[in-house]
Design a protein. Structure first.
Length: 345
């Protein structure tokens, strides 16, 4: 997460990295931007809160240029605006406030009761599919689920949209207070308020929940606790939920080559949109999708039209491309089932 001074004291360069199919993980921008902000703030001030916007997808093959604007210079607090650029375009923006430590009244939520991380680690050694989100790249951090995952293999009606996990930062040396805050920002990838200091190498519990969803947006809240139950950090994240609807209710959304082409296009658009965090695929009317529209296939096959034959061939090509996208891609995709779904032939 280190950055280097560029052409002047308020401009910095950071190295980009690839985090698989998603490109640059959002926390990479957050951690480096915070490091750039710290470089313009005098000790012993620490970050108190930060708010982020992901503007464009990052390019893992291009260095990141961070420009810091000093919005406020105060005795007890400072405010910085940090913008990340690639190829001359802004791809990320963060507003951060910094302050001196101070004492005052304290209150906080109670830490939830979960299994201890040691027993979970023992159990994890026998599992084939450990939990490996982007922050765990190259062993920088460890994350262990202390609850069921958001994305379950089977639908469970009424299941709460919550996630609890233990996590810690791996470092060969003890981290300073500022470095610990950068590490937490990297792991959390959201709007943050810092409440306390995290000891080096300690496991902390992240308790996250989806509190609301409306107007194509989802709102997530979370708290980070140390093992003694002290609140370390509060996180808030707004997610854009894209919805793709099969809209042939009279045919019970039977699948056609034209739908295959449009589905591929829409999924590609969602993958390129940095605001989209999840995609819901559903069907209009009483059915999700009854499968391939065989009447359409027969009609195309009976016509002496090369375009019709090409349309059928394109369908199967696009169909396979879509299944590849839905399964291993980093962007979560869900089917909202109206009724029992069927295959496409």
């Amino acid at each position: 997460m280190a950055v280097q001074v560029a052409e002047d004291d308020d401009h910095f360069l950071g190295q980009a990295e690839t985090y698989g199919l998603m490109g640059i993980y959002g926390g990479h921008f957050v951690g480096q931007a915070l490091a750039a902000g710290f470089a313009t703030v005098e000790e012993p001030k620490f970050v108190q809160s930060l708010h982020c916007y992901f503007l464009l997808p990052g390019d893992p093959g291009v260095p990141i240029h961070y420009a810091v604007t000093r919005l406020r210079e105060g005795h007890a607090s400072d405010v910085r605006n940090i913008v990340a650029y690639q190829k001359g375009r802004p791809v990320f923006q963060m507003m951060a406030s910094f302050k001196l430590p101070e004492e005052g009244d304290e209150h906080q939520p109670e830490m939830p009761i979960v299994r201890d991380v040691e027993s979970l680690l023992e159990e994890l050694n026998t599992q084939k599919s450990p939990f490996n989100p982007p922050p765990t790249l190259a062993g920088r951090t460890e994350m262990v689920l202390a609850s069921d995952h958001f994305m379950q293999p089977a639908y469970v009606a009424g299941r709460a949209a919550t996630l609890k996990l233990w996590m810690r930062c791996n470092s060969e040396r003890a981290l300073s207070h500022r470095e610990s805050q950068i590490a937490l920002a990297f792991m959390s990838d959201s709007t943050l308020m810092f409440n306390s200091v995290i000891p080096h190498g300690q496991w902390v519990l992240f308790d996250q929940r989806s509190s609301a969803a409306a107007d194509g947006r989802g709102m997530n809240h979370g708290e980070l606790y140390n093992r003694e139950g002290q609140l370390i950090m509060t996180a808030v994240q707004e997610d854009h939920i894209a919805t793709i609807t099969f809209n042939r209710p009279e045919q019970r959304n039977a699948y056609t080559p034209e739908m295959a082409v449009k589905l591929t296009q829409y999924l590609s658009d969602c993958d390129k949109d940095p605001d989209v965090r999840a995609v819901i695929i559903t069907g209009a009317g009483k059915a999700f999708c009854v499968g391939l529209d065989m009447n359409d296939v027969r009609e195309r096959g009976s016509r002496e039209d090369p375009d019709a034959a090409e349309g059928n061939a394109a369908f199967f090509e696009k169909r396979e491309a879509n299944w590849v996208k839905v399964e291993p891609d980093a962007l979560p995709k869900f089917g909202r089932r109206n009724a029992n779904p069927f295959g496409t032939g």
